[in-house]
Design a protein around this ligand. Sequence first.
Ligand code: ADP
Ligand code: MG
Length: 462
Amino acid sequence: MIRENTQPQSYKTWFEPIKPLAYDGETLTIQVPSQFFFEYLESHYVDLLKLAISKTIGPSGKLQYSIVMDNSDIEHPYGINVPTTDKSNTKNPSVRVPLDLDSNDEKKVLNPFVVPGIKKINVESQLNENYSFDNFIEGECNRTARIAGLAVAKNPGTTAFNPLFVFSPTGLGKTHLCHAIGLETKKYHPNLIVLYVNAEQFIQQFMASCKNKTRDDFVRFYQMIDVLIIDDIQFFAGKSKTQDTLFHIFNHLQQNKKQLIFTCDKPASELEDMEQRLISRFQWGLSTELQIPDIETRSNILKRKAYSDGIEIPDDVIDYVASKVKTNVREMEGLFISLMAQSSFNKKAITIDMARQLIDRFVRNTTQEVSIDYIISAVIDRLNITLENFQSKSKKHDIVLARQLAMYFSKKYTDYSLSAIGKKCGNKDHSTVIYAIQTIENLIDTDKQIRALASDIEKNIC
Ligand code: ADP
Ligand code: MG
């Protein structure tokens, strides 16, 4: 399943070297060659791993890594986890996926972050220590956001920056900044309850609370927070009940001088399918944009990364990579990681030639960020169908094919999750997307006409 959903090169690099060690009906233990390898899998393939584990083992399936280098086993439930080598965390990882609410819990306020069976109410901040201000490189591109973030961390709830609304396209540091603000706040105010949550997670928890009739507990839990950070609020679009609930939580926190921090992939005014009263609240405090870093900042980000990974990389290689990838920090880091991987696998020093070769291979995908909308328009133009039909419920052959092609290319050329892709392509769920990708892959292999059609569309996308 993983092979079918990754690029062959990535599969070869990151999945073929994995060795299965043990399986006890619930936990699959795999052996990976290094800590770096483990971190890479966790940060790039966590969604896919999660899906594969839950599809093949079932919802209670777990993945356990065994790292050969230092023999440390790192266990965590599938899903989010902060990579750590700290053994004390292995038995009881602090970050867990809120799979379900425990409706038998006797406490007054249910904590949606608590996994059933664990009784203690304890608000884990869900903060990633690796995303601190220390390694958030300052540049013209992020100066306002950074300063506002620091001010908020010192005086949460009482500055003019409430809410603090940070927006930018993907990969420019919103999530990193959120964690940094959260961590800094905890440094100054260890007693405040700080909580980082991704909007998708918030939505899932909200839906679970509706299902379990614990919506009031859900609201009360969030109203208890002193510094609430919600990342990627664009995911609230079209979710009117969640928006309504967020509105009440927002009002309560704001009135009680609690700090709110939101991030979004666009300015609040451009959000669609979002209640006007919520949009206007997002704009109450400070709205600030993270821009694309200039080349100097990009080099500094890479230098910092090499330094924290303990890897020596010549300055000319760093400058070369920074000069080639201009759109987005995540892409640039991706390339850089491939470089480190290649050098560690082949046991060769990193040189500018190695960087050049990798960039030649990857640069087409890295210099241009393609959006799902762009892909959809390329597909429907070629197939001569309207956007309205594309988004309709029609099961006509050419419309279904168009949706499947759009899903296939969106997976290939964007970073979006399967569910985000499905949503844009006729409001389908992630399993439909997986099925669509497989179908198109099969058709490309077996059907000359479809192969030609796909190649035409692909030329327009790249
Ligand atoms: P977003 O949430 O906007 O999509 P992220 O916060 O996930 O972006 O950032 C993508 C990657 O780029 C992360 O690994 C992050 O650490 C790194 N990054 C972005 N901006 C900076 C910066 N100013 N300094 C250091 N690293 C950065
Ligand atoms: Mg993010």
